[in-house]
Ligand binder design. Structure first.
Ligand code: ADP
Ligand code: MG
Length: 354
């Protein structure tokens, strides 16, 4: 790569970092794969940053790379349920219901946004579903492939609810010792916003940051036009087929779906998104929902909640909610797809049936 001095003309920089499992595991090192792209070596979630119209020296680029790596590591060490001494894991294992437990500023931001989303979505977004996520085999313990019993679910459900968490400037207090949190449905969005802020602080105003489907786009791409982002076809089999294309500018976008992580038993598919009201995975014909909101963190939380609500309830919620738009893709009986956009969601469809 010709990073000697300043790069002439338009610079397109692609960093592709892979994190082993969404929100978990060790961050993998970046490596150069060609003239303008960098790629990590791991299975799981893609992390990519594309910067345009920003001349960078080789040294500057190396600094960015190191600092962004640090942001990812910090997030993991704070919010992963897979790292036993992360802040979240320590909070989860603490039986303390008397004291406020101090937490980092980042975790405070994420929990605060989570509690707000809990209120806004009438409890459909709920980070205290964590024990149910574990019970269904979507947590740190590898799944045993066995579907939980009604009794097991009911017992755990009795200890779920973000209204049993109190957050103040002193930290977080549990009102039930069994309360556990999993911020996996919002943390990726938070990290995307954080990387975006890092780039803005560096004076970069044209970029696209994506972590496992959660995106922020700012300014224009290398061709000088608004970023065009693909919405994936939510097919269990297909790898990254584009269903539609969205123009995204100064907004966050996130997708939740059941087509990447799920449990299959007797031909039945169980999604990794849990309905906090029933204790069961969200179950309906909705295959994915893509949300656009003021930032990626909000879009991430709303996408998860809307996935639980399903299209009908979800669409009614979106149309009432200021500044939020959504695109729902449902499965049809013949194995195809049918989609519906909220009134302000502009998408160029690439594939309307399958
Ligand atoms: P992805 O991680 O695939 O992008 P989401 O953002 O929707 O998808 O997050 C799903 C994860 O969030 C689950 O794996 C689980 O850890 C957690 N989760 C599941 N159901 C809920 C819910 N109703 N509210 C908040 N978090 C949830
Ligand atoms: Mg989410």
């Amino acid at each position: 790569m010709n990073f000697k001095g300043y790069i002439k003309g338009i610079l397109l920089l692609l960093l592709l970092i892979l994190v082993s499992v969404p929100m978990v595991g060790k961050y993998k090192k970046l490596r150069l794969v060609d003239d303008n792209s960098f790629r990590g070596t791991a299975i799981g979630t893609n992390f990519s940053i594309i910067v345009s119209h920003t001349p960078l020296t080789n040294t500057e680029f190396e600094i960015w790379k190191r600092e962004i790596t640090l942001l990812v590591d910090q997030l993991d060490n704070s919010m992963s349920n897979y790292i036993s001494d992360s802040e979240v894991s320590r909070l989860n294992s603490s039986p303390d219901i008397i004291n406020f437990q101090p937490i980092s500023e980042d975790l405070h931001t994420v929990v605060s946004a989570s509690l707000e989303a809990y209120q806004e979505t009438d409890g459909y977004f709920d980070i205290t579903v964590s024990p149910l996520v574990d019970l269904w085999g979507f947590g740190p313990v590898p799944p045993d492939g066995v579907v939980p019993t009604d009794k097991e679910i009911k017992e755990i459900l009795a200890h779920i609810g973000s209204n049993r968490l109190i957050l103040t400037s002193q930290g977080i207090k549990k009102l039930d010792p069994k309360i556990n949190i999993n911020v996996g449905a919002i943390a990726k969005g938070f990290l995307v916003d954080k990387v975006a802020r890092f780039l803005l602080d560096k004076g970069c105003n044209n970029f696209m940051v994506e972590i496992g489907g959660e995106i922020v786009a700012k300014g224009v791409n290398k061709n000088g036009v608004t970023w065009r982002i693909g919405v994936e076809t939510p097919d269990y089999k297909t790898e990254e087929a584009v269903y539609g294309v969205v123009e995204l500018s100064d907004r966050g976008m996130a997708t939740s779906g059941d087509y990447r992580r799920y449990l299959k038993d007797n031909g039945k598919v169980y999604s990794h998104i849990i309905d906090p009201k029933t204790g069961y995975p969200a179950q309906h014909s909705l295959a994915s929902v893509t949300v656009i909101a003021e930032n990626s963190m909000k879009a991430d939380a709303y996408a998860t909640a809307l996935f639980v609500m399903g299209m009908e309830k979800g669409m009614a919620w979106v149309e009432k909610k200021e500044g939020v738009e959504a695109y729902f893709i449902n499965r049809t009986a013949d194995g195809g797809f049918v989609s519906k956009a909220s009134s302000g969601f502009k998408i160029e469809a690439m594939n309307s049936s399958k």
